[in-house]
Design a protein around this ligand. Structure first.
Ligand SMILES: Cc1cc2nc3c(=O)[nH]c(=O)nc-3n(C[C@H](O)[C@H](O)[C@H](O)COP(=O)(O)O)c2cc1C
Length: 354
């Protein structure tokens, strides 16, 4: 997700969800062909498998960018046909490509020259076009390129009049159209994206609907994975038929993630990466749990993951004792606010469960 995710985010998500397929944010062909490749494509080998998402509409440029991307060690490629931003429209790619399925087929042939499994991410349609016929025609034409994987953000995009944010919220989700696409093309892989914030709702999309429409072949999570990354671990467990862990076991698993983050954090600090550049992506680890706000605040104040966790444990063991001991002017602010925060987080969790 542009402006949200980056390599530090993906390092974290990989620890949380060892078997998920991760995607980069969209990187344009222009950036790859003329920009700083280390900055745009550099990543940690342990993020694998990770798909590089490309933005562009010139098949030759896409073919060159695709080869460069694969040389940088990505597991595969994906073409963005879903982004509705003004900037992207000016470049004539992203969601407006939905109007030109033949051109998308050419673009996919270009990507497939570097990655035969390359996939496409798209909307149901653009500018009020949200018919099943339009969606099926898009898929049918693009599939002629040999592309077999379609990730469908299950809403239309309004290119004039709605901001990108509104275009992720206002046009209604139409999950049944994605299921219909799967029914029409059983030999293709049709994955669902859009609005998944809970395990049960996501799992339901993988099974046939009560009306007899087939389940989707996979799920892509965007915003929920960023704000509440542990949802990815819950999906992993469910998909592997593992039982719900005890509260202690669940915390122990999060601590394993913190240990990995700490090693990474110290290593990247030595490479000159600012603490906040990395840690801003890790704020959601305790989303919805007591102590979540302390975790977020300490990380954003530059504490390391391990030091933050150690402080959270001290507070949980003996909050009053810890407050008194740390009543020096420099440290009292963080500790006291952490205690009040732990309370308000609990309140918020209860409220959201109602
Ligand atoms: C800040 C932000 C940036 C995004 N950037 C991209 C992007 O680079 N490529 C893309 O395919 N989708 C992008 N998206 C859209 C998401 O991938 C996803 O399709 C959309 O948010 C709906 O899924 P969700 O409800 O699970 O978030 C972005 C979303 C957000 C919130």
């Amino acid at each position: 997700m542009m402006d949200w995710t980056d390599r530090h985010c993906r390092f974290f998500h990989r620890r949380v969800a060892p078997s998920a397929l991760l995607y980069t944010e969209m990187v344009t062909t222009g950036a790859i062909l003329h920009g700083d490749l280390e900055k745009l494509l550099g990543h940690d080998a342990s993020e694998a498998p990770c798909i590089l998402q490309l933005g562009g509409s010139e098949p030759e440029d896409l073919a060159r960018a695709a080869r460069i991307g694969m040389d940088w060690g990505y597991a595969g490629l994906n073409l963005n046909c879903g982004c509705p931003s003004e900037r992207v429209q000016k470049g004539a790619f992203g969601a407006c490509l939905m109007r030109e399925p033949e051109l998308v087929a050419e673009c996919m042939s270009a990507l497939r020259s570097a990655d035969p499994q390359a996939s496409v991410k798209h909307r149901i349609g653009v500018d009020g076009e949200d018919s099943l016929e339009g969606l099926l025609r898009f898929i049918e034409v693009v599939a002629r390129s040999g592309c077999t994987t379609f990730v469908v953000h299950a809403r239309t995009a309004i290119l004039k009049g709605l901001s990108p944010k509104e275009n992720r919220e206002i046009p209604p989700l139409k999950p049944d159209l994605v299921r219909e696409a799967k029914r029409a093309f059983p030999h293709l892989t049709v994955e669902y994206n859009g609005g998944i914030t809970e395990l049960a709702a996501g799992m339901a999309l993988l099974s046939p609907s009560p009306e007899g429409l087939p389940g989707c072949d996979g799920l892509m999570l965007g915003r929920a994975a960023y704000h509440d990354p542990w949802i990815l671990r819950r999906f992993e467990r469910r998909l592997a038929d593992l039982p719900e862990p005890s509260a202690e076991h669940d915390v122990a698993e999060r601590v394993e993630v913190i240990d990995a983050l700490e090693d990474y954090y110290q290593r990247e600090l030595r490479r000159g990466v600012p603490a906040k550049t990395m840690a801003r992506h890790w704020h959601g680890l305790f989303h919805g749990m007591p102590g979540a706000r302390h975790w977020r605040r300490a990380l954003s104040e530059g504490e390391s993951p391990a030091a933050t966790w150690a402080a959270m444990r001290r507070l949980a063991r003996d909050p009053i004792e810890t407050t008194e001991k740390s009543a020096s002017p420099s440290s009292s602010h963080t500790t006291e606010s952490a205690i009040s925060v732990a309370e308000s987080d609990t309140t918020r969790t209860n409220a959201s469960q109602m």
